[in-house]
Structure formats: C-alpha cells, structure tokens
Design a protein around this ligand. Structure first.
Ligand code: ANZ
Ligand code: ZN
Length: 556
C-alpha cells in the first residue's frame, strides 16, 4: 500500500479532533504539565523555524501524556504589531483582515502538521475578548500607581508629521517612507513602573531552577544593579550644585573635570556667555544621535566645556565643567565626575581634550599604570587616605560624604521604567480618557473592552488613524461627563504577549482574566476574586518578568 500523507493524516487528525484527544483535561488527580511554546506572530506562512520549535514542544507534550500527565498544550497568536500596518499601507488591506487571513493560513498549516494542540483554548491578542483583559491589567496598574505618564523622546518624521518606530528609521537616521532626517521630539508617554520591582526581580532570578546561567546573567545585567554614591560638587560663583552618581567614590581625589549630559537642566544656567553658541550647537548635534551611538565604545567621545568650574568636596580643588555625548541624561543623575586615571571612557575623553590624568589608586604589584587603571589597589595622592586599601576607601569616602552633608550611598539600577505607549493604530487601546477638568481618567472596567475601530482609512502618513477618528476619540469624561478625548496611544505589543500563558489556562472565561478554579492546571497563583492586592502583585510580577525576559532576549 502506498502511504499518502494527505489522506491518511487528514483522516486521523479528524478522528483525534472529534475525540478531543488533545484537550487539556481539567479533572482527575493526575499530575499536570504545561507544555508552552512561544506563540507566533501571524506573519503569513509557517517557516522551518516554527516547525522545528513547535515539533520539539509537541514531542514533549505527547511524551507527558503517555506518562499519564494531564497536559495543557495551547496555541495562539501574538497578533498586534507594525507589519499589519505596513501591509495595509502597501496593499490596501485593513490590518484586521490581513491578520485574520494569516492566522487562518498558519492555523491550517499547524493542523496539517498534526501538532497536538488544544485548539479550544486558542487566543489572538487582537481579539476584543483577549485585549479586554490586557486593558483590565492596565487599569489595575493605574490604580496601583504603576502606570503613569511622563515626557519621553520619540522619533519624529518632520515631513509625514508622524512618530516612527525604531525599525522605521534607517541606518542613516532617515524615515523609511519620507526619507526625511528623523528628529527627536518630546511627547507625553505612558510608562509602567517596573523599576519598583528591580530588586525583587533580581532576587528571584535565583529561584529559576535549571535555567542556563548565561540567560540569568543576561537578565541580571539588564537589571544592572550598581552600588555607589551620589556626591555633590558646588559650582564656583553660583548658588548651584551638581550631584554626580559614581560607583567609585574611592577615586574622588582623581577627578579632573565634572561632566553633564547635554540635556541636563543645569546646562543652560551654567554656560558662560562666551560659550553659549558652541554649547547650543553641540547640544543640538547630540540630540540627533541615538543612545547606542553615544555610548559606543569604539567611537571618539565628544564634548565642550561650559566655561565654569566646580569644587571637589574632598580635596577643595576646582575642576572645569563639561558636557559630553557619552553622559546619558536618564542614568544616575545625568552627571559624572570624570576620573581619567581610573575609567576607560574618561581616559579617552581626557586624551582627546588634554585634560589632566591623576592616579589615586596604585596597583598592589607596584607597577606604574599608563592608561586607565580600573582594578582595586592602594590609595595614593589622596591626602590622609593614602595607604588605605581602595575597597575600604570606597566606604570611607561615602562615610565622610554623609557626615559632611555632601553625599550619600546609593543603589542604582540600569533598568528603566517600561515605555508602553505607541503612536500606532494596530495595538491594544490604552483605556484612558483625558478630561479638561479631571485629567487622565480610567475607563470603568464594566465598559471594557475599549474596542479598536476596524474601518479606518490607512494612508501611512500623518498621525495615527485613531487620533483622527472623531466619533471614536470624542467621549464624555467617565468621571464628570464633560466632553473629553480618548487616549489614542496603543500599548507596546510586548504587553499583549506578557501574559498570554495565563489566559491559556482559562481562555474562554468571560468574567475574569483567569479563575481560581483553574489554578491547578497552570500550577500558579490565580488572579481573580478576593485577595486582590496580593494576587495583583503576582500578575505584575509575572507580566514584568516576561516582559523583561523578552526585551532582554532581543537585546534592547
Ligand atoms: C567616577 C568613576 C571613576 C566612575 C572610575 C567609574 C570609574 P555602572 O557600573 O554602569 O552603574 N556614569 C554615571 N552616570 C552616568 C551617566 N548618566 N552617563 C554615563 N556614565 C555615567 O556605571 C557607573 C559609572 O558610570 C559611574 O561611576 C560614572 O563613572 C558613570 F574610576 O564615576 B564613575
Ligand atoms: Zn472629567
């Protein structure tokens, strides 16, 4: 007999489907197992990477079933995102239509492969039934003070008058569509306050059993905990002070200059009249550079001096104040004490601009360093600290700073709050309304979902089609009834995909995100009903953990 896969396999797949062979069973005392493969973006067709990945998970799921486990093996779609908008612009197909066509196509392909999914639990993040709970999560965060707005820099296309995603800016800094040089512009954006969880996330990396060490190390670096100090330098002849963040208070005696980020609020105030033009030009130039370029190791560091000086709180010496591209506004205090003798970047900067280099830590081997010496050693050229071990000197300088009122010890995390606003159409609407009287007002949970309108005109130019859709945007304020405007930003798609593994456990629940009774299936804490605060903390934790894991994994 000839083996004809398309008839034999189709026949048995049909029989398995009718028998519910792959359904995640919810009763019985058998042990549970959750076989979760990362759900795909519905780009159109499966590729071999999908086949490889999903076949592996399927083999595990089948093996566990044979071993007697009740297995949860779901599949769904990470269905919001930019490619659907691009397809709409290029081919004139609405993003929703394009996405659903792709889902149908890829589902059929997965089914033809005979993968043992429980299709009754299928979810797509672009379905109101799913994103209603994404919005619900947002409102929980808002209530808990974990969702907030602040100004942040976006890529602005001055020709199309639109915000661009990083992927829409080419390597020369031009817009993919208009070709215009992309500008940086400040807009009010929504953030999740994940930094509140920095320490907890870091501590809990230790509980991830059997995770590869390199993955845990990557996550730890992403959180980037630094122990250091904030030290204050008085500006000579001004009432102002500059506070720097340093991980090396032991090198305070070796400071040759103080350097601010070009965006630092004191730059304008401190610049000497003679330097004003040079400084303004430099600030404008740096504003056009990306953070990656600014911090690249192999690139010359550039800066200009402001024409004023600061007082070293330890030695009483005065040092010049500069601004430089390698100092970032958002990290630490946006100001650095420059110690060329012990920091590689500062050394390069000092070489470039002829600033002095003074070693205050000597290697214990007795050698004389020629470049930046970054290891611990023995204190030299530091007055009464001389001879002290540099590690001891670190805490001694902090102690003196605290006693003298010119500084204090501080923990700094590299992790930043999560910028979740996207000025895009094809995403989960942020369920907020802006009222002229009340400010930002949450949409009441009973009114969720805030449905994304699907009949929109798509040109790819100008602002997001959402913001021009009058009948959608104009709503009464939920609190006072005054005419108000819906938030037109949508959420970063990483939020949609940060919690889907929870929804699979209870995919059809209409009254909550995930009910307590499904606890055993997913073998985790529930998030519905009483004990909200604690449950909620968990979701935040889970959501953020995933969010960070993923953003770390793709390296941004
Ligand atoms: C003086 C110093 C001397 C430093 C020395 C290092 C070595 P991590 O470990 O990543 O936290 N820094 C602080 N704020 C900065 C900013 N906004 N932009 C760029 N650099 C900044 O790095 C902390 C060190 O990075 C700080 O310690 C500061 O340089 C620099 F021998 O202060 B250090
Ligand atoms: Zn109002």
């Amino acid at each position: 007999m000839k083996y004809n896969p398309s008839t034999v396999e189709a026949k048995w797949q049909q029989i398995w489907a009718e028998a519910g062979a792959d359904r995640g069973s919810e009763d019985g005392d058998r042990p549970t197992f959750y076989a979760l493969g990362m759900f795909p973006y519905p780009s159109g067709n499966l590729h071999m990477g999908h086949v490889r990945n999903y076949t592996l998970v399927d083999a595990i799921a089948r093996c566990r079933r044979m071993q007697g486990y009740r297995v949860l093996h779901p599949m769904g779609w990470d269905a919001f995102g930019l490619p659907a908008e691009n397809a709409a612009i290029e081919r004139g197909i609405p993003p929703a239509v394009w996405t659903h066509q792709n889902i149908a196509q890829m589902r059929a392909q997965l089914q033809a492969l005979g993968l043992s999914y429980d299709w009754e639990r299928e979810v797509a993040t672009c379905d109101p039934d799913y994103y209603r709970w994404t919005q619900w999560l947002f409102l929980q965060f808002w209530e808990a003070g974990l969702a907030y707005q602040k100004e942040a820099t976006v890529n602005w296309d001055p020709v199309d008058q639109t915000v661009l995603a990083n992927e829409q800016v080419d390597s020369e800094g031009r817009s993919w569509r208009s070709g215009a040089l992309v500008e940086k512009k400040k807009l009010r954006q929504w953030f999740f306050k994940i930094t509140d969880y920095a320490e907890a996330l870091l501590q809990d990396l230790g509980t991830l059993e059997r995770w590869p060490e390199k993955v845990r190390a990557m996550q730890a670096n992403w959180i980037g905990k630094s122990l250091g100090a904030e030290l204050t330098f008085a500006v000579v002849g001004h009432g102002h002070t500059i506070t720097v963040f340093t991980t090396r208070p032991d090198t305070l005696g070796g400071v040759s200059y103080v350097v601010l980020a070009p965006e630092h609020p004191l730059v304008e105030v401190l610049t000497a009249p003679a330097q004003q033009e040079t400084v303004a030009n430099f600030v404008a130039e740096v504003a056009r550079e990306s953070e990656r370029d600014r911090t690249a190791e192999d690139r010359p560091k550039r800066g200009v001096c402001l024409g004023c000086t600061a007082l070293n709180p330890l030695t009483g010496e005065t040092v010049p104040i500069w601004i430089a591209d390698y100092v970032l506004a958002e990290y630490g205090t946006g100001a650095v004490m420059g110690v060329p003798a012990h920091d590689v970047r500062d050394f390069a900067f000092a070489q470039q601009y002829g600033l002095p280099v003074r070693w205050v830590i000597a290697p214990k081997t007795g050698e004389t360093p020629t470049g930046a010496y970054t290891e611990p050693g023995v204190m030299v050229n530091s007055g009464d600290l001389d001879g002290m071990d540099s590690v001891t000197a670190k805490s001694e300088v902090v102690r003196r700073a605290e006693a003298g009122g010119w500084g204090q010890g501080r923990v700094q995390y590299r992790l930043r709050d999560w910028l979740i606003s996207r000025q895009r159409y094809w995403g989960c609407p942020i369920p907020m309304v802006h009222c002229p009287n009340c400010g930002a007002v949450p949409v009441p949970t009973e009114e969720l979902p805030v449905v994304l309108p699907e009949n929109v005109a798509f040109t790819g130019r100008g602002p997001s089609p959402l913001s021009t859709l009058k009948e959608w945007v104009e709503v009464p304020c939920p609190a006072c009834g005054t005419p108000a405007r819906r938030e037109t930003d949508t959420m970063d798609t990483f939020i949609d995909s940060s919690w889907y593994f929870l929804r699979f456990a209870d995919a059809r629940n209409q009254t909550c995100l995930w009910a307590r009774s499904r606890q055993r299936l997913a073998a985790r804490q529930p998030v519905c009903g009483g004990g909200r605060a604690r449950d909620f903390a968990f979701v935040v934790f889970a959501v953020f953990h995933q969010g960070i894991a993923r953003s770390g994994a793709v390296g941004f």
